[in-house]
Ligand binder design. Structure first.
Ligand code: NAD
Length: 473
């Protein structure tokens, strides 16, 4: 471990202690203060949108400004706005009905902040995936420490500075560093741990959290399929499929990982995708709308997988491009792969880049079986003009979330939970579900000074028989 990491680890321990002390002094942050916190996140995001976009672009080399606006700035603003609008309703005690045998009395659930939350975020949407969980934590009245990814250091430093200008460190703090800092961070006894990243590291984080019995949210990845049914025409498919796949150059947790299409349309759909991306990015190596791969390590991994597929006999389709210039910009052209052997690494792990295998199926049941033969994905997409077919796909598969005749859009509806299932994670957030993730639901029963329950005490006699009789009704 480096000296810097060792210093970060010491610092995070003292930050946690100060946040815990502050929470113990002030357990119930009033709603007007929480709203001011949310407004502050809104204001600093809007006021520094340009700087945030520049920081992300410098981390990536090239990051589409439009996609940063949609996927980071706009997303965070919408999330804060939704929380501000609904916080009064979410935070209200929830009334419960009192059974006759316990009357008279009042039963309700108090929604209380859990305490100090730890948030670990990845590099692919480095602002959104740190700040959206923070919004949920602040709405719930928690304090929070954030550990962003080491692959996006400029964004991490900017978040540290911007949040530091508005929040005291005993309320919100950012600690920076790589896996060893992450490991020490997730070993801290937080009251809730919110992790976004790979399934591999998610498993390690869940074990670390278990040591402290810290409840954990795991927002993980996986191979999200798109299924195209016979009724859906290629011309209608192109924009939503290519947009969802090549947004952020495929470095999106809910990007379609592979697409299943009727056998006879594999070639047609593959070729049409290449024509579509040629229109999207006329000169992709110099086009700022097409994002680079975040690091050389990730670039080499993706290039290696494409070459392995080629060597195994797959057909690789790419739009015309200047290969030298693309490599220099660390860009991998949108790549469509046909005739890919099932045991290829591209079909074994989440691709997480601009590479889309197009696989053929004979019957829709075969496509459904193919999806069900793999881990439960974070997202699933079905394209069909017949409602009965899209319903059939939804009913016969399982995924964290899904969009019909679209990609990624379910994620942007703040009012719906967003999270995985099985290997794509557990727990969820966005909207009220996010608020609840950082909330302890404390059930309270309030009895009047004298309550009939006192009549039931040993030695049990006639009154017990009477109450037991009521219970049987
Ligand atoms: P990653 O798991 O490598 O890293 C994520 C974070 O964990 C980083 O901050 C990293 O420093 C930290 N970390 C690394 N090793 C650690 C350890 N041993 N203990 C504790 N922390 C550790 O993930 P990544 O490459 O940054 O992100 C890509 C993955 O994230 C993909 O699988 C993608 O699908 C997934 N993802 C999921 C969502 C979602 O909302 N479900 C969103 C974005 C990305």
């Amino acid at each position: 471990m480096s000296d810097i990491d060792a210093r970060q680890i010491e610092r995070m321990k003292s930050l946690l202690a100060s946040q815990q002390d502050a929470f113990a002094r002030d357990r119930h942050r009033p709603l007007n203060e929480r709203k001011a916190d949310l407004e502050a996140v809104q204001t600093l995001t809007a006021a520094h949108a340009g700087e945030i976009a520049d920081a992300i672009a410098s981390d990536y080399g090239v990051r589409s400004k439009a996609e940063t606006q949609l996927g980071e700035i706009g997303f965070v603003l919408a999330s804060a706005k939704h929380a501000l609008k609904n916080l009064d309703k979410w935070a209200k005690p929830q009334k419960a009905s009192v059974p006759m045998t316990l009357a008279p009395g009042k039963a309700y659930v108090r929604r209380e902040p859990k305490g100090v939350a730890g948030i670990v975020s990845p590099w692919n949407y480095p602002y959104q995936l740190a700040i959206a969980p923070l919004i949920a934590a602040l709405a719930a009245g928690c304090r929070a420490m954030i550990k962003p990814s080491e692959y996006t250091p400029a964004t991490a430093e900017l978040m540290q500075r911007l949040l530091g200008e508005r929040f005291s460190e005993d309320q919100v703090a950012v600690v920076t560093g790589g896996p060893s800092v992450g490991e020490a961070f997730t070993a801290l006894p937080f009251d809730h741990l919110f992790y976004t990243g790979s399934t591999h590291v998610g498993r390690i984080v869940a074990k670390a959290a278990a040591e402290n019995l810290t409840p954990v949210t795991l927002e993980l990845g996986g191979k999200s399929p798109a299924i195209v049914t016979e009724s859906y025409e290629t011309k209608d498919l192109m924009k939503p499929l290519a947009w969802g796949k090549f947004f952020n150059a495929g470095q999106t947790c809910v990007a379609p990982d592979y697409v299943l299409v009727p056998n006879r349309r594999v070639e047609e759909i593959g070729e049409a995708l290449i024509a579509t991306v040629s229109d999207f990015y006329p000169d992709l190596s110099s086009d700022d709308d097409y994002t680079a791969i975040v690091s050389q390590k990730h670039y080499d991994r993706l290039s290696g997988m494409i070459e392995e597929a080629r060597a195994a006999g797959a057909r690789i389709l790419q739009p015309e491009h200047d290969a030298e210039a693309a490599r220099a910009a660390r860009k991998i052209p949108p790549t469509v792969i046909l005739n890919l052997p099932e045991d290829s690494p591209l079909m074994q792990e989440e691709i997480f880049g601009p590479v889309l295998p197009v696989l053929g199926y004979e019957l829709l049941s075969g496509a459904i079986d193919f999806v069900n033969g793999r881990d439960r994905p974070l997202a699933l997409y079905v394209f069909s003009k017949e409602k009965s077919q899209s319903r059939r796909v939804l009913e016969q598969t399982m995924s964290g979330g899904a969009s019909v005749n679209a990609t990624m859009l379910h994620l942007s509806v703040e009012d719906m939970p967003f999270g995985g299932v099985g290997k794509s994670g557990y727990g969820a957030y966005h909207g009220e579900r996010g608020f609840l993730e950082f909330t302890h639901e404390r059930s309270v029963f309030e009895a009047p000074v004298w309550h009939p329950s006192r009549l039931i005490a040993p030695p049990y006699g006639k009154m017990f028989d009477f109450i037991a009789g009521l219970q049987k009704r």
